[in-house]
Design a binder for this molecule. Structure first.
Ligand code: AMP
Ligand code: MN
Ligand code: MN
Ligand code: MN
Length: 285
């Protein structure tokens, strides 16, 4: 336990703990520095800060942005998650997130429409009920949970494997910010751009390498270290690329509460000697 977790979710997006309960749990498990990084929204950050006032824990502003990049050779575009941390002037990012939220709300409708053709029923209203009617908070996790509730699949993972992941019949690309624009807007907001979970995009090793090189060329700041559950060889590959492209590192659990009970809050990978943590550059305190 290093006491730092810079990638977590609340029930504002696809976690299960409220922002308030997240802070209390973080304090209980010894975290001293926490970032809430919900999908395309910073709506929980103020709540987290408020609860933290009564506790010995530092809060870093954060959000996980749905972004996309492409290889000029193939023109194929790939989804990528960029965690933005420690924004000092969040307005440009908040403007961009307002558009991302509209895209998210529209995409949820499109996914449910495609699903109707697969399962013969429209589950949109049930999905919407999970987010208190706020369509711009819907993630595929909510859709997967609804499919479990309706007994169409037995586990959320099965919903991704049968319908929701890339290549499946109800997959809809998140057609939002490009990687270049994402990094630029984060920097305009005086924050740091972190490449989230680089080995969790179903990319070949060649494409992971290309992505990290592109991220570095676009002046991205840090790469998240692979979680402790990933193979040592994966960690080794990412460590070598971080060194080669002179990037800093970030550490986060990607905690989602009971939606992913195997991920423990504060269970973050330990940086190697010589790796520089992005938290050493934070300006919030
Ligand atoms: P969205 O932002 O709507 O595309 O939803 C993305 C979220 O769905 C991710 O942050 C994960 O929490 C979850 N997710 C994505 N892919 C999978 C998968 N293959 N299995 C289970 N959960 C997934
Ligand atoms: Mn998620
Ligand atoms: Mn992610
Ligand atoms: Mn995440």
């Amino acid at each position: 336990m290093q006491g730092i977790d810079l990638h977590t979710h609340s029930n504002i997006s696809d976690g299960t703990l409220s922002p308030d309960a997240l802070v209390k749990s973080a304090v209980e498990c010894g975290i001293r520095m926490l970032a809430l990084t919900d999908h395309d929204t910073m709506d929980g950050v103020e709540l987290v800060r408020k609860t933290a006032q009564d506790h010995d824990i530092k809060i870093i502003s954060g959000v996980e942005i749905s972004s996309q990049w492409s290889r000029p050779a193939t023109k194929k575009s790939y989804g990528v998650h960029i965690v933005a941390l420690d924004m000092q002037q969040p307005e440009p990012l908040l403007d961009a997130l307002a558009i991302q939220k509209k895209i998210r709300a529209e995409r949820a409708k499109q996914i449910c429409h495609l699903l109707k053709n697969c399962i013969g029923q429209d589950i949109y209203e049930n999905v919407l009920a999970q987010v208190d009617g706020e369509a711009d908070r819907i993630t595929r996790t909510h859709i997967a949970k609804t499919l479990v509730e309706k007994a169409i699949v037995s586990r959320p993972q099965q919903a991704f494997d049968r319908f929701l992941k890339e290549g499946k019949r109800a997959f809809v690309k998140f057609d939002g910010l490009s990687l270049a624009d994402t990094i630029q807007i984060i920097h305009q907001s005086e924050g740091y751009a972190i490449l989230a979970h680089p080995t969790r995009y179903d990319l070949s090793a060649t494409n992971v390498r290309y992505l990290i090189e592109l991220f570095s060329e676009l002046k991205g700041d840090a790469v998240e270290l692979p979680s402790n559950s990933e193979p040592l060889s994966t960690r080794g590959m990412v460590d070598r690329m971080i060194e080669q492209f002179n990037l800093k590192v970030s550490i986060g659990s990607d905690f989602h509460g009971d939606n992913m009970p195997w991920i423990k809050l504060g269970n973050t990978p330990v940086p190697k000697v010589g790796q520089q943590g992005i938290w050493e550059s934070f300006r919030s305190f």
